[in-house]
Design a protein around this ligand. Structure first.
Ligand SMILES: [Zn+2]
Length: 102
């Protein structure tokens, strides 16, 4: 059993965006020489400010989309908590100041 495989109870969480890479392979006889280029789905993400790409051949794209949405939702919730915490801290500070004045 592979340990790198995530269990079904632990869903994927992905930061990045789903894109489609289009390229011509260069083979003269290929349909892409005159017609549509080859399309490969990929996950575009950044690591330490650099954009990286992971091609997703054979990967369930709906699962990747759900994983991206999961990350965005979690990030949104974290952002909401952070803003609420700033307000709570601000309120506490204002209270302390008011108390000191008396
Ligand atoms: Zn081709």
């Amino acid at each position: 059993m592979s340990t790198s495989r995530r269990s079904a109870e632990e869903p994927l969480v992905l930061r990045g965006s789903l894109i489609v890479l289009r390229r011509r392979c260069g083979k003269p006889g290929c349909h892409c020489a005159t017609g549509d280029p080859h399309e490969t789905p990929a996950l575009s993400y950044s690591v330490e400010g650099r954009t990286r790409m992971l091609t997703l051949g054979g990967v369930e794209l709906s699962e990747v989309q759900a994983a991206i949405a999961r990350y965005e939702a979690a990030r949104g919730e974290l952002e909401r908590q952070a803003r609420a915490s700033i307000e709570a801290l601000r309120a506490r500070r204002a209270e302390t100041k008011a108390g000191r004045r008396r």
